[in-house]
Write a protein that binds this ligand. Structure first.
Ligand SMILES: C[S@@+](CC[C@H](N)C(=O)[O-])C[C@H]1O[C@@H](n2cnc3c(N)ncnc32)[C@H](O)[C@@H]1O
Length: 197
């Protein structure tokens, strides 16, 4: 069976790696939440061979694709189930950082809160949270295409939608993370990096 693929991943993954290079330590285990098809994490494994990568998602449906993509990599753990809307997570270790790409707008707000709840508990030391996706700034969309995307998301599910960056920062702070940097990315997306205080 052909491996499932999001066309956007090929377009954004090298830009994401450039940002991660700045913030990733040389070693340690990084947790990816909402790994989806595993396309990002398989690229990260090859780009950051000193890091051990832990894929995860709320659903096991695409774990076969993650496994298949990562079969030749030796710096990756088997995927684990993490639903960020839940309060308890089993079998998790501690991580030097957490990467979350294109999720918080395609999930209930509770998943964003859950992401930082998890990070507070499992990210050690001065570890980081890296988030990628579209955001509103000061209550406004940053492009017409993001505005239309937001509308289409809300039509699919009223609990989804492009999030206000300020609201995400407030949640992060309530769990002990400060917003270190916001990078403008192609296609009106942003990379947002949080550090544990
Ligand atoms: C648009 S896909 C992005 C996948 C991948 N990160 C990428 O950029 O290609 C959104 C992903 O978020 C996951 N997701 C949605 N709600 C979630 C939740 N509550 N906890 C964990 N993952 C969730 C979905 O299962 C899906 O894999």
């Amino acid at each position: 069976m052909a491996l499932p693929s999001y066309p956007s991943t090929n377009r954004n993954r090298t830009y994401i790696v450039e940002v991660l290079k700045v913030y990733l330590p040389k070693t340690g285990t990084v947790l990816e939440t909402a790994s989806g098809t595993g396309e990002h994490i398989s690229f990260f494994c090859s780009q950051f061979p000193g890091i051990m990568w832990q894929p995860s998602d709320m659903s096991e449906d695409l774990f076969w694709a993650i496994r298949e993509r990562l079969v030749a990599q030796n710096n990756v753990e088997p995927p684990v189930l993490i639903d960020l809307t839940k309060k308890n997570f089993r079998d998790l270790k501690s991580y030097v950082g957490l990467v979350n790409i294109n999720m918080i707008h395609i999930a209930p707000w509770q998943a964003c809160v859950g992401l930082f709840r998890l990070a507070e508990k499992y990210i050690k030391g001065d570890g980081f949270v890296y988030m990628y996706g579209p955001f509103r700034i000061n209550g406004l969309h940053t492009s017409e295409s993001n505005k239309n995307f937001d509308l289409s998301l809300k039509q699919k599910n009223p609990e989804w939608g492009v999030r206000d960056l300020e609201a995400v920062v407030t949640v992060a702070e309530s769990f002990g993370f400060r917003c270190l940097c916001v990078h403008q990315m192609p296609a009106n997306n942003k990379s947002v990096v949080f550090k544990k205080i």
